[in-house]
Design a protein around this ligand. Structure first.
Ligand code: ROI
Length: 164
């Protein structure tokens, strides 16, 4: 079955913009998968420990015939190929982070994969680019509407769209 999956991209080490652009191309080349849309790139202050660089974030819309765990494995391979380094601590800086935010209308509770992404409703750097590449009436598997999440999520004055 073909599904539409929304992927959150983030980076704050190395050359974030370049890494995000390469990751978009790499996702378009995955087996049984193509990139349908990519949001603008956004810059945001780090959520979590503040002693790390600002993040560059985006959201991509993929069409895929892969199963969710297969897609996860492929995304982790892209993270590795792009030299993902993670400096120890939880919520620390990273060269490339690819998260499955939504996968069709599926709710997935697997030890390695939770979909919808469990913190998406608290993360303006996910919700705003997601709104750019989805329909105004996008609904989560539990019925919540993206527009309501946007209205309710904490404001982030640091978030801004980067020039193309
Ligand atoms: N903060 C921002 N602004 N963007 C991210 O992508 C991001 N990713 C993370 C943590 C460390 C939670 N903070 C982030 O994983």
């Amino acid at each position: 079955m073909t599904e539409q999956a929304y992927i959150g991209l983030g980076s704050n080490l190395g050359h974030p913009r370049q890494q995000l652009e390469q990751a978009l191309q790499a996702m378009d080349q995955l087996p049984q998968t193509r990139l349908l849309k990519a949001s603008s790139l956004y810059s945001s202050a780090p959520l979590g420990p503040a002693d790390q660089p600002r993040y560059t974030n985006a959201v991509a819309l993929l069409e895929t015939r892969l199963e969710p765990l297969q897609l996860l494995e492929q995304l982790q391979a892209i993270e590795q190929q792009h030299g993902r380094t993670r400096l120890g601590e939880r919520w620390g800086p990273r060269t490339l982070d690819l998260d499955i935010v939504l996968f069709g209308n599926q709710a997935i509770a697997h030890k390695d994969l939770q979909v919808p992404h469990y913190h998406m409703h608290l993360r303006p750097f996910v919700l705003y680019p997601l709104a750019e590449v989805s329909c105004a009436d996008l609904k989560l598997p539990d019925g919540r509407l993206l527009v309501d999440l946007l209205l309710q999520c904490p404001q982030d004055p640091s978030l801004h769209r980067l020039q193309p």
